[in-house]
Design a protein. Structure first.
Length: 276
């Protein structure tokens, strides 16, 4: 039987110190003004890349025309690193794709280190659907759109010595698990994952993101009918944020219900531990 090593007093003190430091940092981020938060996140991205053993040469990010990807891509562009943004329509709602293209042009106009590409994935997705027609699932196919986009981002990153930048926010990534496992959840870094949705909107206004993007109803872009995030969740983002913080919230039970149904995405993958 293997005996566990007892931590030394110094190790225990260091662990407590690091935990306290983490709390202080997170608290600082929470109370930070949007203008300072923009600089903090931009610097964090840059510092991460500079700390890599094999430094990445580019940042690769998918843009949908939504506020999360618009903010994440703009923060990436602000680093001065080569930033590659991809619009990847799959049976896309016309207005959503239009916002994606407009943001792409806005980025290229404001940041000379940005290059934009539109990768049409319709035909590839149709082939995928036809190949798996005997295993039909509307929900499965919706998530497959996100997974196909993820594979596209990693191919582009591989071809450009880059890393894939995530676009998930705190509510979706750690609150209700509103993302596709191995889809938009498959990334290398998550610069806005400690920001609630309302904070992301604040960052968007600070960054002067297009008003039409800031005012657009959030949607994951995975459904032909253009359904919204809040319509799928049954709660507004503000209601979810309030329920996350307030145990006595009238929406707490609904929030917990949604969270529990998606814990399989947020929890570590279960591993079968073989006894010694």
């Amino acid at each position: 039987m293997r005996l566990k090593r007892i931590p030394t007093m110094q190790e225990m003190q260091l662990k407590r110190h690091l935990r306290h430091l983490k709390i202080l940092i997170l608290s600082y981020i929470w109370i930070m003004e949007p203008s300072k938060k923009v600089i903090f996140i931009k610097d964090w991205i840059l510092n991460y890349v500079n700390s890599m053993p094999k430094k990445a040469k580019s940042l690769v990010i998918g843009i949908s025309g939504g506020i999360d990807s618009s903010v994440s891509s703009t923060l990436s562009a602000m680093t001065g690193l080569r930033t590659i943004v991809l619009s990847m329509p799959i049976k896309q709602n016309g207005s959503q794709h239009d916002l994606s293209l407009r943001h792409q042009e806005w980025l290229k106009k404001n940041y000379k280190n940005v290059e934009g590409h539109t990768v049409e994935l319709d035909s590839l997705f149709k082939t995928f659907e036809n190949t798996l027609k005997d295993f039909s699932s509307e929900h499965g196919m919706a998530n497959s759109r996100a997974r196909l986009r993820m594979s596209t981002l990693y191919q582009v990153a591989a071809a450009n010595n880059g890393i894939v930048v995530g676009t998930g926010n705190k509510v979706e990534d750690f609150g209700v698990g509103f993302y596709t496992k191995y889809g938009d959840g498959g990334v290398d870094i998550s610069p806005i994952a400690d920001c609630n949705k309302t904070e992301v909107w604040e960052l968007g206004r600070e960054l002067k993101i297009l008003d039409d993007i800031i005012n657009a109803a959030p949607t994951d872009g995975l459904w032909d009918d253009g359904r919204t995030d809040e319509g799928q969740l049954g709660l507004s983002y503000k209601e979810i944020e309030e329920a996350m913080e307030n145990e006595n919230s009238k929406n707490r039970d609904k929030y917990i219900q949604i969270r529990k149904s998606n814990l399989h995405k947020m929890d570590p993958i279960p591993i079968c531990k073989i006894p010694n």
